[in-house]
Design a protein around this ligand. Structure first.
Ligand code: HPA
Length: 251
């Protein structure tokens, strides 16, 4: 999905390895670049964009603070909109591998991220704890509406649902997937929720899209593999890129 960055005109590319303290992503298919630029089309130019190619997962460092760096960088540079994407396992039986899902809500329960009450987290010191812990609606309805209307215009089917994050890096067991389904999860992944919470805290408008890269453990009889995740992402890339372009034109 990071290949979306190739769409940017006149890109300025900064390898994250050259940024002091930036954690190194070790996951195959996660490039580790910050790409600055904008979309250009028929004399039009989009707002300036920063694409993070390759995120840092919790399971790479066991330090959730490190996964937040993209949100801090984006906000620090003045970004007003934070569009999070991920690959996820489909739990909802009506989904298929290759579907895109608008993230309507999330489960932040098993590995519960909450910003620290003290320390460097840049929220006003007098913010009540319940506001910090639980944003009222973490997803901006107008931004999510742009995603749905862009998808409708492009005739790209969009699922909607609840994303649950777990620590990874191992995939779930079939029993865990059954549990998550009963708890209301439609898709499961290993990222995104801490970033979404932080982006909210920093005042950005947030929306999220999951690519259902595979059906979750135990649902098809097939063994899960990172290869399948990457293969599906490759297959859906064009559709995903078109959708992102259209959403950005609507901002
Ligand atoms: N489980 C967890 N994370 C994932 C999956 C999955 O099945 N697919 C892609 N990321």
């Amino acid at each position: 999905m990071g290949d979306f960055a190739d769409e940017l005109s006149d890109p300025i590319i900064i390898p994250t390895a050259t940024i002091p303290s930036y954690p190194v992503s070790t996951v195959q298919g996660h490039a580790g670049k910050l790409v600055f630029g904008s979309l250009k089309e028929q004399g039009k130019q989009s707002k300036p964009l920063l694409v993070f190619q390759g995120r840092v997962h919790f399971y790479e460092t066991h330090d959730v603070g490190r996964t937040l760096l993209p949100a801090y960088i984006a906000s620090g540079l003045g970004a007003q909109v934070f569009l999070a994407t991920n690959a996820a396992g489909g739990i909802n039986r009506l989904f298929s591998a290759g579907d895109l899902m608008l993230i309507e809500d999330y489960l932040n329960v098993f590995l519960r991220f909450s910003p620290p009450r003290n320390g460097n987290f840049p929220v006003a010191a007098n913010t009540p704890i319940e506001v910090i812990a639980t944003p009222k609606n973490p997803f901006d309805p107008v931004l999510s509406g742009h995603i749905l209307s862009a998808a409708a215009e492009l005739k790209i089917p969009m699922q909607k649902g609840t994303y649950c994050w777990l620590s990874g890096p191992s995939y779930e067991t079939p029993a865990e997937i059954e549990m998550l389904r009963r708890l209301g999860a439609d898709a499961v992944g290993m990222s995104t929720v801490p970033e979404i919470i932080t982006a909210n805290q920093l005042g950005m408008k947030v929306a999220g899209i999951s690519l259902v890269s595979n059906m979750a453990a135990g649902m098809t009889g097939e063994k899960l593999s990172h290869e399948e995740v990457n293969q599906t992402a490759g297959r859906v890339k064009e559709r995903f890129t078109k959708l992102m372009r259209e959403v950005i034109w609507r901002l």
